[in-house]
Design a protein around this ligand. Structure first.
Ligand code: 2P0
Length: 354
């Protein structure tokens, strides 16, 4: 083909992840280095995911990006950091049939177009930056022929959004906080693949679709600056919980898994309350869901459902199996009927979530 007319494209799809041991607080804001390890579950690819197509062509004259078909600015530091890290590692590429040859040094001069779609409403208060940056980094890495493995790519996605590094893997994933000042060892590793514990079913109850008032980035900055509980949590509590959670996952020990996940969610929200001024992410409906699940678990004699809440009021519930999930959904719909005075208005069933 005539030079300048070709377009090279890659499309990838990445699900979001739900932390069961939470990330809250950075020791380095620019590199996005956390104050503690975290552990998450990656959802099935067909639920809450981002699909991203990246393209490169000599006819593109600047980098551009569209999110849900609307053009957005790429000028943010986090986008630029990810793009720079990927371009630095780009490798030679050749497609003889199409007559395309790109040498390592050419990638710097070539511009990219990025189109990204979320299959869930961005405003629903469900984490979108995790899937978004993971998908962006993965698809650009494929396009530019990077030789890095998934963990090394996760360290790049981390610089887009902390929780994004965990979406480079399916199943159960640990983000190791690392020791290096430059962040080279702050990356994600897979603890167990998507088949390891596939009895679990995740149900997400959308309690409110309003945008949260305090973003995670500024919320965790304020917690680091003002919360003594955060210091205690990062140094004394999380390191022990990480070891116990890894054991629970390895042994399919749902009782320990649920106790740890619920306790860790509650401590994260306690840290938010311990922040000055205090941050309130959960609302009355969230609290009622917690009380309800706690009561059910106690009446059964052992945990059947784990709950966890992120930087918003929506409940993520993990049922120990499909039978429990069916019961849970029926009971939620009974106690929190859609469009009633409680503002619990819809459910997303993450079936066979892990
Ligand atoms: C988590 N969250 O572990 C925790 C629990 C929210 C509560 O990671 O500033 O969007 O981009 O690194 O990753 C949300 O924080 O924040 C988050 P940045 P991010 O999933």
């Amino acid at each position: 083909e005539e030079s300048g007319k070709w377009v090279l494209m890659v499309t990838a799809q990445t699900p979001t992840n739900i932390a069961v041991i939470k990330y809250w607080g950075k020791r380095d804001e620019t590199l996005i280095l956390p104050v503690n390890d975290s552990i998450s579950v990656t959802l099935d690819p067909d639920h809450l995911c981002t699909t991203t197509t990246v393209a490169v062509s000599p006819s593109f004259d600047h980098d551009r990006m569209w999110l849900n078909a609307k053009e957005i600015s790429l000028s943010g530091g986090r986008f630029q950091n990810c793009l720079r890290e990927i371009r630095n590692r780009a490798c030679d590429f050749e497609d003889k049939q199409k007559g395309i040859k790109i040498e390592k040094k050419d990638w710097e001069k070539l511009h990219v177009h990025i189109a990204s779609y979320n299959n869930f409403p961005t405003a629903a208060g469900l984490a979108s930056s995790a899937a978004g940056f993971a998908c962006l980094v993965f698809s650009l890495a494929k396009l530019m022929n990077l030789r890095e493995d998934q963990s090394q790519l996760s360290a790049i996605a981390r610089q887009g959004s902390g929780s994004a590094c965990r979406s480079l893997f399916g199943g159960f994933v640990k983000w190791i906080m690392g020791k290096d000042e430059k962040g080279s060892d702050s990356l994600a590793v897979q603890l167990a693949d998507e088949e390891h514990w596939n009895d679990l079913v995740i149900i997400i109850a959308v309690v409110s679709s309003r945008q949260k008032e305090t973003s995670s980035t500024s919320g965790m900055r304020e917690s680091v600056e003002t919360s003594l509980l955060l210091q205690h949590r990062a140094k004394e509590v999380v390191p022990k919980r990480i070891v116990q959670m890894e054991e629970a996952i390895k042994n399919h020990d749902f009782s320990s898994f649920a106790q740890l996940a619920c306790a860790d969610s509650n401590q994260f929200h306690a840290v938010c309350l311990d922040t000055s001024p205090p941050i309130f992410y959960m609302n009355d409906t969230s609290h009622r869901i917690i009380s309800y699940v706690e009561k059910w678990n106690r009446s059964e004699g052992s945990p059947q459902v784990a709950y966890t809440f992120d930087a918003g009021p929506n409940a993520v519930m993990i049922a120990r199996n499909r039978k429990v999930a069916t019961q849970l959904l029926q009971r939620l719909l009974f106690f929190f009927p859609p469009n009633s005075d409680t503002d619990l208005n819809s459910y997303v069933l993450g079936d066979k979530s892990i």
